[in-house]
Design a protein around this ligand. Structure first.
Ligand code: SF4
Length: 460
C-alpha cells in the first residue's frame, strides 16, 4: 500500500512558539489548550460534579519534562494560552512558587492547577508514543473527562482515537501529491516544474492561502528566526537551570567581527548565529521550530548567513525555505522528527538535511543536488543519541545546532561537486535507515536523560 500523500503545511513545520522544546513545550501547551476547549463542551451536570484537574506525564515527558518546562507549558495551555502568542516571560514565571495554584475557568466553575496536580510518572505506560500525557477532570468518585495526547515531535500532537495528526493528513486534493522523494522528482519531471513552484501550489491547496499571503508568511517566519538570532547575539549571562551554562553567542560574534579578514571568520559567524538562536531557545524565548525547537538554531543560523553574508534576496530565501520544508516533510512523513522517537538524528539530523537543501536550492541547483545534499546531511547524523544533561536543552543541544549547520554547509559543498547521478544512496533510502535505527535505539538515548552525556557529566 502506498503511504498517504504529504499534506502538511510549511507553517505546521515552521511554527513560532516558546522554547526550549517543541515536543515538551509547544506540544503539551497545545494539548492542554485542546483539553480546555473540551472542558468547555461538557454538559452542565458533569461540570458541576467535577472538582479536580490531574495531568499525568509519561515517558520522555516525565523523564525530562521538568528541565524542558513541560509543567509550565501545560498550565499556560489550561489557562488559555497558545504557543504562537504566549509571552515567554509570563511563561517562565509560572510555577515558580510551589505553593501557588492557578485558576482554570470553565464557564461558572473554577479549577485550581498547580504543582500537586501535575504528576511525573516514572512507571511505564502502555502507549504507542514516547511522549504521552493524560489530562483528567475528576470528582471524588469518577473521572468525568479524560483525554490522552501524544506529543510526536516538532510541536505536532495526536489525541488518542485519532488515527493521524490532523495537521499532517488533511483531507485535501493536492495538485501534485507525493510521499517520497522519488515521487516528488517524478512530479517535477512530469509537469516540468521547479521545486518551489510545486511546493507553493501544494501549500495554496493545503492552506487555502494565495501566493502573496504565503510569501508574506515565509518572510514573517524568517524574520522570527532572525529576531531570535539578533536577541541571542545581544543577550549575555547564564542560561536558566541548574547547569549554569554561560551564553557564548555574543563572545563568538565579537570574535568573528574582529577576525573579519581571517579564513576562520565565516565559520565563527555561522557558529555565533546558530548558538544565538539556540541559546534563546534554551532561555525559553520565542523561536521557530525548524523542524523542532531543540534544533531551532540550524536553519536560522544558515538563513541569517545567507541573508547578511551572501546577500540573498527575499525570493531566493523563500525558495530555499520551501526546499528545506520539502525535506522536513519527507522525514516527518516517513520516519520522525522527534528526539523521543529517533534520538538527536531526528532533530539535528533532520535540521541539517533541511539546511543542506536550503543552501543547495538557494544557490540555484536542481532537485538532484538538493536530494544529494539532504541525504548527506542525514547520513552523517545516523545513530546520534539524545542525552541532554539534566533534561535541559543546553548540553549537547546548543553546540549541536552549530555542528549541524556546519555539516549542512559541507553537505551542500559535497553534493554540488561532480555528478549527482553518481550519488549511491537516495534520500528515501537514508530516511528508511533512520527510521530503523531509531527503532533499534535504546530508549535511554531518546530524550530521557538516562544515559550517555546526561550521566557522565558529573561536574554539572
Ligand atoms: S540532544 Fe538533540 S534531540 Fe536531544 S534535546 Fe538536545 S537537540 Fe533535542
Amino acid at each position: 500500500m502506498n503511504p498517504a500523500p504529504i499534506t502538511t503545511s510549511v507553517f505546521d513545520l515552521f511554527k513560532v512558539g516558546p522554547g526550549p522544546s517543541s515536543s515538551h513545550t509547544i506540544g503539551p501547551m497545545k494539548a492542554a489548550y485542546d483539553f480546555r476547549q473540551r472542558l468547555g463542551e461538557l454538559p452542565d451536570n458533569a461540570l458541576q460534579r467535577a472538582d479536580t484537574l490531574h495531568i499525568q506525564l509519561y515517558g520522555s515527558l516525565s523523564a525530562t519534562g521538568k528541565g524542558h518546562g513541560t509543567d509550565r507549558a501545560i498550565v499556560a495551555g489550561l489557562l488559555g494560552q497558545q504557543p504562537e502568542t504566549a509571552d515567554p516571560d509570563e511563561l517562565l514565571s509560572l510555577l515558580k512558587d510551589p505553593t501557588v495554584t492557578y485558576p482554570v475557568q470553565v464557564r461558572d466553575r473554577t479549577f485550581a492547577v498547580g504543582p500537586d496536580h501535575i504528576h511525573f510518572n516514572r512507571k511505564r505506560y502502555d502507549s504507542p508514543y514516547a511522549n504521552t500525557m493524560v489530562l483528567q477532570l475528576t470528582s471524588a468518585e469518577e473521572i468525568i473527562l479524560e483525554e490522552e495526547y501524544y506529543s510526536i515531535g516538532g510541536g505536532f500532537i495526536l489525541r488518542k482515537g485519532e488515527h493521524t495528526d490532523t495537521e499532517v493528513a488533511r483531507p485535501v486534493d493536492l495538485p501534485y501529491s507525493y510521499s517520497t522523494m522519488k515521487e516528488l522528482k517524478e512530479q517535477l519531471k512530469h509537469h516540468t516544474l521547479e521545486l518551489s513552484e510545486l511546493m507553493l501550489a501544494n501549500e495554496m491547496a493545503v492552506t487555502g492561502c494565495g501566493r502573496k499571503e504565503i510569501n508574506q508568511r515565509l518572510d514573517d517566519i524568517l524574520e522570527f528566526m532572525h529576531k531570535a538570532v539578533r536577541r541571542g547575539l545581544r543577550h549575555r549571562g547564564i542560561l536558566p537551570g541548574s547547569i549554569k551554562l554561560h551564553r557564548k553567542a555574543p563572545v563568538l560574534y565579537k570574535q568573528a567581527r574582529g577576525l573579519a579578514q581571517s579564513s576562520d571568520s565565516f565559520l565563527i559567524f555561522l557558529n555565533a548565529y546558530c548558538l544565538a538562536a539556540s541559546e534563546e531557545n534554551a532561555a525559553g524565548g520565542i523561536v521557530v521550530t525548524a523542524p523542532t525547537s531543540g534544533a531551532s538554531g540550524v536553519i536560522p543560523g544558515l538563513t541569517y548567513l545567507a541573508k547578511h553574508h551572501f546577500h540573498y534576496d527575499k525570493t531566493t530565501l523563500r525558495n530555499g525555505m520551501l526546499a528545506a520544508a520539502a525535506v522536513g516533510f519527507l522525514v516527518k512523513h516517513n520516519a520522525s522528527i522527534s528526539g523521543a522517537e529517533m534520538g538527536c538524528m531526528g532533530e539535528i539530523g533532520t535540521a541539517s538535511a533541511m539546511g543542506a537543501a536550503f543552501l543547495t536550492y538557494a544557490a540555484g541547483h536542481k532537485i538532484e543536488a538538493v536530494e544529494a545534499a539532504a541525504e548527506i546531511g542525514i547520513e552523517h547524523h545516523l545513530g546520534m543519541t539524545c542525552d541532554p544533561i539534566g533534561g535541559y536543552v543546553q548540553i549537547p543541544c546548543i553546540e549541536r545546532n552549530a555542528m549541524g549547520a556546519v555539516k549542512a554547509y559541507n553537505a551542500f559543498l559535497l553534493a554540488t561537486a561532480g555528478t549527482h547521478s553518481l550519488q549511491k544512496i537516495s534520500l528515501d533510502s537514508v530516511i528508511k535507515v533512520m527510521k530503523a535505527t531509531g527503532r533499534d535505539m535504546s530508549t535511554k538515548y531518546k530524550e530521557t536523560s538516562e544515559a550517555g552525556l546526561a550521566l557522565s557529566a558529573t561536574e554539572c
